[in-house]
Design a protein. Structure first.
Length: 521
């Protein structure tokens, strides 16, 4: 049994530490003592209901304090948490529940319509737990939380599986990145050191807790250090004015976001009327950060450091970091490897590339995932040689700074959310009027990138954009549905002699058309 596992992050030995507030959500809060007791009670209730060590539990909630309770309860029982993105459709959720082998599904009342919409065999297989208003054929969460404390916990080893973090791939099939207690702890401890997180830290958690950035970028680290987290509501669109009010009211010191969010905050007309002097650190990731945005941030929020980061669901969640003092001299860089990770760039033969030469980005860390659940061949491919092959392309300069050149995984990052074209193409190709389809990125002032569906129709077929949108809605979360469409009867999409789609040619053609249209305007 390991001396230290994830659940013990919140177990504070001294009375003064137990009395400190661990997390706040609106008018509600939990001290460390309350969080420890409630997570132990929920764990005891789960065990009484039949939960066993190694069981998988899918969690479908927007941000709320129960997320913390169930995370640590599952960890105490030696179970495996499967975070479920609340934006997904029942079809997508059913796939993840089936693929992970989840026997339990915890969902808040606002998401119960998606629970009812799950495939029948999936719904019948899982034991449902309802958070909030009790739902039919479910165990009320409040009943679990009122159980006596856990008592003796099962023996748990650091190498025991704790988390299945699902991330889609270019095949269109989501993959469960397997994380153990040890990989999660390594990820957390490296960030504690890197960002000087301590008991004075007040971390505003903007992302959904179902995402890697929710729990595993600064959040667990803050709790471990005795600081306080503030959960941002995720049931509404981001409001920059409300963000300013929240920072002022809660004296936020630290937050993480995509550049789009920071741009909206800096765009608040009367920003100076809010007391944002408590802010110390903003961690920026998900997409490249323009230097002019950092310059504006420094001018308007001079007391706050902006740190750029590059990471992934397979961990470390923050592989490289670019400190503010290098933002101008290392323009466009994703930074240098954090203390708990190593980064290489290799050629097609696996040899290290010379400085400035583009190749595939590899990373190695004790925080790396141990594999993709149920996908041994894919695991062997991406972890060959003991290094995680990211599929991203880039180069390292003479000073060890990493630059991202492209994404061989063919992912579109829109407002910080990953959109995988292969998943959308798979759905659209099933429509009887569609002969060919390619989904490509298009630059967008608001979102950074948006997805454009380039659709070639069958001879004689007719279909409108609205019909295609309606067709994909049951299968794709709203953020995945293309915001731009180009529908025609040809010519055919460009392909290699072997039939492989040459998507780069489609992108180049779209860029040329946009340039011509811009000149005409």
């Amino acid at each position: 049994m390991s001396i230290f596992t994830v659940a013990q992050i919140i177990d504070k030995p001294r009375p003064s530490e137990r009395a400190r507030v661990a997390s706040t959500f609106g008018a509600e809060s939990l001290t460390f003592g309350e969080l420890q007791v409630r997570s132990e009670s929920v764990a005891a209730g789960l065990r009484e209901a039949g939960f066993r060590q190694g069981d998988r539990l899918g969690a479908l909630m927007q941000n709320r304090l129960e997320w913390l309770e169930i995370f640590f309860a599952v960890a105490r029982l030696g179970g495996v948490l499967v975070p479920l993105n609340h934006l997904l459709t029942p079809h997508e959720l059913g796939y993840i529940l089936d693929d992970s082998g989840a026997r339990w599904l915890l969902a808040e009342d606002a998401a119960w319509g998606k629970v009812d919409g799950l495939p029948a065999d999936t719904r019948e297989r899982v034991t449902a737990i309802s958070v909030g208003a009790p739902q039919p054929e479910s165990i009320p969460y409040g009943q679990l939380a009122e159980s006596p404390r856990l008592g003796e916990a099962p023996a748990i080893d650091g190498d025991d599986l704790l988390l299945l973090q699902y991330t889609s791939g270019t095949t269109g099939s989501p993959k469960g990145a397997m994380h153990t207690h040890a990989t999660v702890l390594w990820n957390a401890i490296s960030q504690r050191q890197q960002f000087s997180i301590d008991e004075t830290t007040v971390y505003l958690c903007l992302p959904a807790l179902s995402w890697v950035a929710g729990f595993h970028s600064l959040h667990l680290e803050t709790l471990w250090s005795g600081g306080r987290s503030v959960l941002n509501p995720t049931d509404r669109s981001f409001d920059p004015v409300e963000f300013c009010r929240l920072v002022e009211r809660e004296r936020i010191t630290t937050f993480a976001c995509v550049p789009t969010v920071l741009r909206r905050v800096l765009g608040v007309d009367d920003l100076d009327r809010y007391d944002l002097s408590s802010l110390r650190t903003a961690v920026l990731g998900g997409e490249p950060v323009p230097v002019h945005l950092l310059e504006e941030m420094t001018a308007r929020l001079p007391h706050m450091a902006g740190i750029q980061a590059y990471g992934m669901s397979e961990f470390p969640s923050l592989v490289t970091l670019l400190e503010p003092e290098f933002a101008a001299s290392k323009l466009g860089s994703a930074g240098r490897a954090n203390p708990a990770s190593q980064v290489r760039v290799v050629d097609g033969e696996g040899a290290d590339c010379a400085p400035g030469t583009i190749g595939e980005i590899l990373t190695r860390s004790p925080a790396n995932m141990v594999g993709y659940y149920g996908k041994s061949e894919e695991t062997a491919r991406v972890l060959r040689g003991g290094w995680f092959h990211t599929g991203d392309l880039g180069y390292i300069d003479e000073d060890g700074f990493l630059y991202i050149s492209g994404r061989s995984k063919d992912v579109i990052i829109s407002g910080g959310l990953n959109i995988y074209p292969a998943e959308i193409e798979d759905v659209l190709s099933r429509h009887e009027a569609v002969a060919e389809v390619a989904v490509i990125p298009v630059a967008d002032d608001k979102w950074g990138e948006i997805a454009r569906a380039v659709v070639v129709l069958e001879d004689g077929a007719t279909v409108e954009e609205g019909e295609l949108r309606e067709y994909v809605e049951p299968f794709l979360a709203r953020f995945k549905i293309p915001k731009s469409w180009k529908i025609s009867h040809g010519p055919p999409l460009p392909r290699t002699p072997s039939g492989k789609l040459q998507k780069f040619k489609i992108i180049e053609a779209e860029q040329r058309e946009s340039a011509v249209a811009g000149r005409k305007d």
